[in-house]
Ligand binder design. Structure first.
Ligand SMILES: Nc1ncnc2c1ncn2[C@@H]1O[C@H](COP(=O)(O)OP(=O)(O)OP(=O)(O)O)[C@@H](O)[C@H]1O
Ligand SMILES: Nc1ccn([C@@H]2O[C@H](COP(=O)(O)O)[C@@H](O)[C@H]2O)c(=O)n1
Length: 237
């Protein structure tokens, strides 16, 4: 251990874990809260989406668990945050990395990602990636959002939040940002939550998890609620 290391205590980032159903605002609210706090931001759904994109590109059926697990050996996932944009890149095998930031949001990826997310080996492998990214952050804290962050990925996080909203409000918010009509968005959002809920419980706050319901809150108020909870929880008494 160097003299500097001996003098400076090991620095561990504050971890803010945020889970919730589709369209609850996890990604957008978490990103804005991270910026307000000067924290890093990790969108774990993007990794599941990136693996799904690779499977679709390689023609691997998302329901073929063995083949999907075989893809993991070639799946090199990186993210870089530039301002409020997270650039997602995937390198597979010897091939150069590809910027998939936009591609992973395509409807074909959204329609298939839950199949891949239910594969146990995929969850184990990606959770190790997430924990490594959390450990490696050079910021004083990191906001990590997904479905099982408060319960599996970072159950000891200093701040654990279940971010939710009434289903009809989540559907309306998602419809406002997508081209399809509300009807198709509603059925897709309901079906994805139904399938995801078979794998992890992101609808019930585990012990120690604070629920923030944004049904009656606008975007700014929701971000403020997260920021205030983090500051209240982490400020020295
Ligand atoms: N409190 C709020 N009031 C109004 N709009 C909101 C609020 N929270 C989020 N939004 C908007 O709702 C939409 C969905 O938010 P976002 O994509 O962050 O949800 P999500 O939980 O990450 O969804 P998914 O899990 O499907 O990726 C975005 O357009 C976002 O700006
Ligand atoms: N921790 C997580 C995060 C995501 N998933 C799966 O990925 C899908 C996409 O996530 P978004 O946040 O981008 O919507 C999601 O529907 C889950 O199937 C997960 O299982 N665990």
């Amino acid at each position: 251990m160097s003299a500097d290391e001996a003098l400076s205590p090991a620095r561990t980032p504050v971890v803010v874990a945020i889970d919730g159903p589709a369209g609850s605002g996890k990604s957008s609210v978490s990103k804005a809260a991270a910026v307000a706090l000067g924290y890093a931001f990790l969108d774990t759904g993007a990794a599941y989406r990136a693996l799904t994109w690779l499977a679709l590109e390689r023609g691997v059926p998302p329901t073929d668990a063995a083949a999907i697990v075989g893809l993991l050996h070639d799946f090199h996932y990186t993210t870089e945050v530039h301002g409020d944009t997270t650039i997602v890149r995937v390198a597979d095998g010897a091939r150069a990395s590809v910027d998939v930031t936009e591609a992973i949001r395509e409807p074909r990826v959204t329609a298939a990602v839950s199949d891949i997310a239910r594969i146990a080996e995929v969850r184990i492998a990606l959770n190790e990636v997430f924990r490594r990214l959390i450990r490696r952050t050079d910021r004083p804290g990191i906001v990590v959002e997904g479905r099982d962050i408060t319960t599996v990925v970072a159950p000891d996080a200093e701040v654990r939040i279940l971010l939710t909203a009434a289903e009809e409000v989540r559907i309306a918010r998602r419809s406002a940002e997508l081209s399809p009509g509300a009807a198709s968005t509603a059925s897709q959002l309901r079906e994805r939550d139904r399938r995801d809920a078979q794998v992890v419980d992101f609808l019930t706050a585990a012990p120690g998890v604070t629920t923030i319901d944004s049904t009656e809150l606008d975007f700014g108020q929701t971000v403020q609620a997260v920021v205030e909870l983090v500051r209240a929880t982490t400020s020295p008494h």
